[in-house]
Write a protein of this length. Structure first.
Lengths: 132, 126
């Protein structure tokens, strides 16, 4: 698995950081990740082989409980591939997340792989907050 | 104000401008079938709208705009989305617009500035 590309483009104001990278996953799948960090929220796009936008979800921690509120915004709720990723991202990072993802459904291995790579990147970029 | 690496399948561009003393960050991303525009003054995505073009090749296009997250009672936001989807459509693209507006207020002047700034930048990524 090689990382082919990482770029960090800061807006002049430093209020926004944009990171894009692609990684090969098991099999012939090329995963693309785009992370836009705003001050209070993070937007992530996960692409599988294509640049299709996919379904959009919003997830955020619900204080004071440890639960996470997730909802599907675009794409309906029949395909919940991104739903689980968004939820677990918030559980592990405590961030307010908007996720767009075009991963195929019924492929839990790919889903887990994408989630893991994304999480590693978020941690290495220092975007994660301590556990809620 | 640079665009991302050409090898990455999504084209991005961003800019930062000052509107009435408020720092406004604008990010535009072009996917295969969608265009995402984020304009924020509050550090988060705020209200998210979706605008799509409908209508056949032979008839004039119609547009449908809906709020998918956030304020549903702000007609200015919908007007902003409509202006942008019309511009995208007139530029020859059939992509759906996902517009995120996190603004401190929703006055006409602010939205006009955003529409004109985004319209200018869209040319880079459509």
């Amino acid at each position: 698995m090689e990382e082919t590309n990482t770029e960090n483009i800061g807006c002049q104001s430093d209020g926004v950081q944009l990171t894009c990278f692609s990684e090969q996953s098991d099999g012939d799948v090329l995963l693309h990740f785009q992370i836009i960090r705003l001050q209070k929220q993070i937007y992530v796009w996960i692409g599988c082989n294509s640049a299709s936008f996919g379904h959009l979800y919003a997830a955020l921690p619900t204080r004071p409980s440890n639960a996470v509120g997730v909802t599907s915004l675009i794409g309906g709720s029949s395909d919940n591939t991104g739903f689980g990723i968004a939820r677990r991202l918030v559980l592990k990072t405590g961030l307010n997340v908007v996720l767009a993802c075009n991963l195929p459904k019924n492929n839990p291995m790919l889903e887990a792989s994408a989630e893991k790579k994304l999480l590693q990147k978020l941690i290495s970029l220092g975007y994660t907050k301590p556990q809620i | 104000m640079r665009s991302s690496d050409p090898a990455f399948p999504v084209r991005n561009t961003s800019l930062c401008l000052d509107i009435n003393g408020h720092k406004t960050d604008i990010i535009i991303s072009s996917y295969e079938d969608h265009i995402l525009v984020i304009a924020t003054q509050i550090g988060s995505m705020g209200t998210i709208l979706q605008a799509r073009k409908e209508g056949g090749v032979t008839s004039d296009p119609t547009y449908s705009i809906s709020v998918v997250f956030g304020k549903r009672d702000e007609p200015m936001l919908i007007a902003c989305a409509r202006q942008l989807i019309e511009h995208i459509s007139n530029s020859g693209s059939s992509k759906t617009l996902v517009l995120s507006l996190g603004l401190r207020d929703h006055s006409l002047g602010i939205l006009k500035s955003i529409v004109s700034a985004v319209t200018e930048k869209l040319a880079e990524v459509i």
